[in-house]
Design a protein around this ligand. Sequence first.
Ligand SMILES: C[S@@+](CC[C@H](N)C(=O)[O-])C[C@H]1O[C@@H](n2cnc3c(N)ncnc32)[C@H](O)[C@@H]1O
Length: 331
Amino acid sequence: MGEKVIRHAGHAIGSTKPRLAYQTEKGKLFLGPAEKLLPHRLLKPMRKQVQLVFTSPPFPLQRQKKYGNRIGDAFADWLAGFAQPLTDMLTPDGSIVLEIGNGWNPGTPTVSTAGIKALLAFQEAAGLHLCQEFICFNPARLPTPAEWVTVRRTRVKDSFTRVWWLSPVPHPKADNRRVLTEYSAAMRKLLKKGSYTGGQRPSEHRIGEKSFLTDNGGAIPANVLVPPNSEQVVEPEAILPIPNTINNSPYHRRCREQGVARHPAAMPEALVRFFVQFLTDPGDWVLDPFAGSNTTGAVAEELGRKWISLEADTEYAELSQMRFEHVTKAA
Ligand SMILES: C[S@@+](CC[C@H](N)C(=O)[O-])C[C@H]1O[C@@H](n2cnc3c(N)ncnc32)[C@H](O)[C@@H]1O
């Protein structure tokens, strides 16, 4: 794995000595770089135990954030170095879910392919299967880069991140019945009526009069994850409770109350909730190697899953304790 040490906020992430930062009833947050923690004896008991790795790695942005992201193509090599160590943590039917944002090439209105290259490099490094790609749509994203979107007006607003679901096996544990969404009004009407006009569709699929008319208690969600206030453009069955802004979560509220800056890249809790429910059972282990504000740990705890989170930045690790009611700090 890369030797390069990233500096930010006056200290080097790569130099943090691995240690337990705090623990809760269901999980532990370890402080230190994931490169050092994954092979460390502290995590040895977790090998082959983790049902889901869910993470949002430091994005391949061209502009460095405080939390120290690799820039451009170096990101692919760096991320690929984690593929095998993370796969080694998985149960035989476990999954890895990566959220990777889009980035722009500096000084030009062209999009960086670093995130896609990183995904492919990661997949190949551990021989993983791509189970499905998801789009996490967020219409509230700022219209950036301003130069191209709001000044020259030659690009439109970039408003989604990609979420990739991978696994060492083609049939990892998954059950979409645990993530059903509300039926649309049209579907509810059809279910009530009990039949519709069958026959061949323009797509050449032949549909029977009763096909798809079983009431399963909810709709199977689409792989475009959409915030709830987008009802005007999509059917309710496509909508997950992913809030447009996440400023009202208890973590954000507590950060505001205590006058501390929150993590700049905290994920919507509903995004994590969707994958934890879809891909794990209560009691399973969930691991986030780039935990940030520890959204993953908090959601896992709420859903009765056990969790392990890793974070290299002391301040973020400290701050993330605010997500939990009861925390035991390491001595
Ligand atoms: C995109 S943020 C994750 C945000 C997180 N999903 C949340 O909801 O708050 C990436 C995090 O990875 C951390 N990080 C960067 N390099 C790391 C490394 N080598 N090992 C562990 N954590 C690292 C950064 O400090 C940052 O908090």
